[in-house]
Design a protein around this ligand. Sequence first.
Ligand code: NAP
Ligand code: 8YV
Length: 320
Amino acid sequence: MTDKPVLLQIGQMTAIILAKLAERFTLVKLGDQPDRAAFLADRGGEFTAAVTDGHAGLPADVMAAMPNLRVVSSFGVGYDAIDADAAAARGIVVTHTPDVLNDEVADTAILLWLAATRRIVAADHWARSGKWEREGAFPLTRSAQNRVVGILGLGRIGQTIARRAEAFNATILYHARSDKGLDWEYCPDLVDMAARSDVLMVITPGGPETRNLVSDAVIRALGPEGILVNVARGSVVDEPALVKALEEGALGGAGLDVFAAEPKIPEALKAMENVVLAPHVGSASVETRQAMADLTCENLFRFIEDGSVLTPVPECRGLL
Ligand code: NAP
Ligand code: 8YV
């Protein structure tokens, strides 16, 4: 018999994090249960702790079946797949992994912007396919220098993107619900900001409050030379409107790391040369995923030791 506490694993986790968690917990994987409803009904009361990620979150049926759940540690900063207010009301502390991924995600945003602007994926194809030899030079692209970069969501990652964009001599504008009082220009109206921007970087949280915030009007305001970069959540952009605008030439191009129905990507986007696609890899480097794994584990370890955590989501701070 082991005296380690049980930990419910919701969703997929990498071997690194599972090995570390197994040192302190007996892991029970929700996905391994042949009959989820029966498992939750029989064993839901056993769990005080769970680990999850930004994709699986904390499903409502799991929360409802676990009256003794006290902590949920989520691997990732975005927690739109967890109803944090409902969790806080039940006395469940939700933690996430802010800050440790700011640099990686900001790098990814810049990478997608440059790739879409300088059309590096199409240029790579041109070089590999022999078109350079057969047809000559690759067509000129627009420059990424001296652009107006509008940032939607100027939080931890948004500010990191802004600082990087300054290295490209960009003028930075931003939109959020509140003026951050920073040196960059605050734009209270998102459509106006898009109309003034060459590039729109989307980096807000997901969830109902930001659903389709990047609407048809915003996309069209960005215009035929504009580039949309989304490293936030697919839900923040009206994806059908994005596809239509790209098809009509009403938007210049896009760099997309996130999609409305991941891992599905609209076929139309896959066929477009002016769009660069990535499979939600914003934070996906060995080093950053290790830092996220360490923080995910540390939150759980501290909670079982003394009831504290390092990085609770704001909704749950009052429980500590
Ligand atoms: P953060 O520090 O909380 O910043 C969020 C920003 O969005 C704040 O400036 C906030 O300002 C703004 N915002 C929130 N709701 C808004 C609304 N309704 N309208 C306009 N602006 C709004 O979060 P972060 O750490 O930078 O992370 C941001 C998000 O990036 C995460 O939640 C996650 O979804 C996404 N992400 C994606 C990846 C990836 O792999 N692609 C990796 C990490 C994170 P106000 O409160 O003033 O509005
Ligand atoms: C992760 C992310 O890939 O942190 C986030 O919000 O989107 C990414 O870093 C995702 O959350 C996996 O858990």
